[in-house]
Design a protein around this ligand. Structure first.
Ligand SMILES: *[C@@H]1O[C@H](CO)[C@@H](O)[C@H](O)[C@H]1NC(C)=O
Ligand SMILES: *[C@@H]1O[C@H](CO)[C@@H](O)[C@H](O)[C@H]1NC(C)=O
Ligand SMILES: *[C@@H]1O[C@H](CO)[C@@H](O)[C@H](O)[C@H]1NC(C)=O
Ligand SMILES: *[C@@H]1O[C@H](CO)[C@@H](O)[C@H](O)[C@H]1NC(C)=O
Ligand SMILES: *[C@@H]1O[C@H](CO)[C@@H](O)[C@H](O)[C@H]1NC(C)=O
Ligand SMILES: *[C@@H]1O[C@H](CO)[C@@H](O)[C@H](O)[C@H]1NC(C)=O
Ligand SMILES: *[C@@H]1O[C@H](CO)[C@@H](O)[C@H](O)[C@H]1NC(C)=O
Ligand SMILES: *[C@@H]1O[C@H](CO)[C@@H](O)[C@H](O)[C@H]1NC(C)=O
Ligand SMILES: *[C@@H]1O[C@H](CO)[C@@H](O)[C@H](O)[C@H]1NC(C)=O
Ligand SMILES: *[C@@H]1O[C@H](CO)[C@@H](O)[C@H](O)[C@H]1NC(C)=O
Length: 512
């Protein structure tokens, strides 16, 4: 037995040693393999793809392989190209449309490097070590529509580097180290639709983008932008999406002409604390606004003014303490409001109009001690998804709401679905007295008496408007009146939605 074990152990030892040796032995032929045997060959029949393996930059013209109309795509695999000299791909008879040069150890692009590729449309040079794009690089390849230069080592975008590319639609410069963009860096790119500058070291944009009049998507995510003057994007009237997330903006200003097209704006993970009132001025077409992961303490109605077509608003992961419905009433198409992960402990119904379109409301992970869901629903007629998990809400709320919404097609979440322990606050006093009935919210005298001058003026103006516009507005007015079942003088009343835990007088919920 002992001998067997011993020999077994020895065997194992030998195996280990030989395995070590064999990997060492393998290393040589492997290296040998990758430098040897440069070869271009046609792929599967009908693939329209030629693949060149292990090639160096002079091989494309030396290869015995004859490029013809079947070689729409040329893929370089395990290539070691270092410098692309002028005319590297000047291969007679080629009709290459797609050139895939990723992971090919390219360091330098000389002038006219691609001359001869008169059919070239898509050029992929991602994952190389290119440090700059000099003027003249793309001379002779006017048809190019897309260039991928992501994952290189570009630090400066110098003037006129892309000048010849009048048909270029997509330019990907993400994951470089771009710090400086010369003022004429994007000259010639009047047809560019998509510009990706994600994850670079850009600190300011100034007016370098102003000639990109057809740009639709601009990705500036993950840079070091500290300041926006406002005018950076003014000329970009075709822009649909602007991503400024993961920068260092604290008081961004974004100015557009009134005829802009911007639909989506992402400014997550910045340092915005108090958004200046006009910072979204003129974004009449905006549908999606993501301001999550900032340090915003308060959103004012004026900030959102004019965002008439807004549908999705995310202000999660900020430091907002109050939730007032009135702030959002100027947004008639708002469908989704995400205010999760804030510090909301107080909420109230303000403003005249209800949020007609609001379908989903996320108030999860706040500090809401109690919620008047009836009042909330009365002001949000479309609401059918409400998230409240992660709030110190009373434990009996679940049963109450289950009963109240039994017949409705209304989904609410009170507990983290991924957490088995239900968190709620036991609160036997006061709350148990509250019977859920169909009730009319009572007006809080103190609040209505304390209406601000602005609110009073608003009421007067509104009344006048009602009179003047007659029937048309009467319909809306009636809808509102029906939903609240109360007189017009209560139109600007405030009803608290969320009350303090101890139920002090003045922290009014609905009373019968
Ligand atoms: C060398 O290359 C050939 C063909 O590409 C391949 O089949 C073989 O496995 C490679 N050898 C090593 C040791 O990598
Ligand atoms: C490419 O490889 C061939 C053969 O090994 C060599 O003669 C030539 O000088 C190389 N060219 C470059 C640009 O390295
Ligand atoms: C370029 O090649 C890389 C690596 O193969 C790939 O991930 C990327 O999607 C390609 N880019 C385009 C625009 O096709
Ligand atoms: C390019 O950048 C990568 C990572 O940023 C770095 O590892 C590499 O050494 C750089 N290469 C050159 C040629 O500068
Ligand atoms: C950006 O610049 C900072 C210093 O200015 C440097 O530490 C960092 O590595 C740079 N990042 C990239 C992606 O080049
Ligand atoms: C958009 O508005 C600007 C400034 O008002 C004006 O100069 C430009 O001609 C307008 N463009 C279009 C396409 O309407
Ligand atoms: C913000 O919320 C929207 C919808 O609620 C979601 O689609 C988006 O991913 C959120 N943003 C972030 C950065 O998580
Ligand atoms: C709200 O945004 C957070 C991320 O910030 C996301 O996890 C959550 O799913 C969003 N809520 C809804 C209802 O989309
Ligand atoms: C589940 O909820 C409890 C109580 O709120 C919390 O302490 C715990 O961290 C949560 N666990 C996970 C995995 O989120
Ligand atoms: C109204 O205000 C007065 C004095 O400020 C206060 O004593 C009273 O409790 C308040 N009433 C309500 C219902 O909040």
């Amino acid at each position: 037995m002992d001998i067997k074990i011993m020999s077994g152990l020895l065997c194992l030892l030998w195996l280990c040693l030989s395995l070590n040796q064999s990997t060492a032995a393998l290393a040589l032929p492997y290296n040998f393999n990758s430098t040897e045997l440069m070869k271009c060959s046609y792929g599967e029949r009908g693939s329209l793809t030629a693949t060149c393996v292990n090639a160096n930059a002079s091989y494309f013209k030396m290869t015995p392989y004859r490029f013809d109309q079947l070689d729409e795509t040329l893929v370089c695999s395990s290539c070691n190209l270092k410098t692309l000299e002028s005319g590297t791909f000047d291969i007679s008879g080629n009709q290459i449309k797609n050139l895939q040069l990723s992971y090919s150890k390219i360091e330098l692009l000389k002038q006219k490097a691609f001359v001869g590729l008169i059919f070239l449309k898509n050029l992929n040079m991602s994952h190389n070590s290119i440090t700059s794009v000099y003027p003249g690089t793309f001379t002779g390849v006017k048809k190019i529509e897309s260039i991928d230069l992501s994952y290189n080592n570009i630090t400066v975008l110098s003037d006129d580097g892309f000048l010849e590319l009048i048909n270029l639609k997509e330019l990907n410069l993400a994951y470089n180290s771009i710090k400086t963009i010369s003022s004429k860096a994007f000259n010639g790119l009047g047809n560019l639709v998509l510009l990706n500058l994600e994850r670079n070291n850009i600190t300011e944009v100034s007016d370098v983008l102003s000639k990109l009049i057809n740009l639709q998507v601009l990705n500036l995510r993950d840079n070091q932008i500290l300041k926006l003057q406002g005018s950076e994007f003014t000329n970009l009237l075709s822009l649909l999406l602007l991503d400024l997330s993961f920068n260092k903006l604290d008081t961004p200003v974004i100015e557009f002409y009134p005829n802009n097209s911007l639909k989506s704006l992402y400014i997550t993970n910045n340092y915005i604390r108090s958004p200046s009132l006009g910072f979204l001025n003129g974004l009449h077409n905006l549908e999606t606004l993501d301001l999550s992961y900032n340090t915003i303490v308060e959103i004012q109605k004026a900030t959102l003014l004019g965002l008439y077509h807004l549908r999705f608003l995310n202000i999660s992961y900020n430091r907002i303490t109050t939730f007032q419905t009135g702030v959002f009433t100027g947004l008639p198409y708002l469908e989704l409001l995400n205010m999760s992960h804030n510090a909301i402990s107080y909420g109230e119904i303000t403003g005249v109009f209800s949020l007609h379109s609001l379908f989903a409301l996320d108030l999860s992970h706040n500090k809401i001690p109690r919620l008047d869901y009836e009042a909330l629903i009365s002001r949000l007629p479309r609401l059918s998804y409400l998230r409240l998990e992660g709030n110190p809400l009373p434990c009996d709320l679940e049963e109450e709401m289950n009963t109240y919404f039994e017949a409705d097609n209304f989904k609410f979440v009170l507990h983290d679905p991924y957490n088995n322990t239900k968190s709620c606050v036991l609160e036997p006093t006061k709350h148990s007295e509250k019977v859920i009935k169909e009730t009319v919210p009572e007006l809080d005298e103190n609040r209505s008496a304390g209406m601000s001058g602005g609110e009073v003026a608003a009421v007067i103006l509104l009344c006048l408007a009602y009179l003047c516009l007659g029937l048309l507005f009467y319909v809306q007015y009636r809808t509102f009146r029906e939903s609240r079942n109360q007189g017009p003088h209560r139109a600007t009343s405030s009803v608290n939605l969320i009350s303090a835990e101890d139920g002090r007088p003045g922290d009014e919920y609905l009373r019968e």
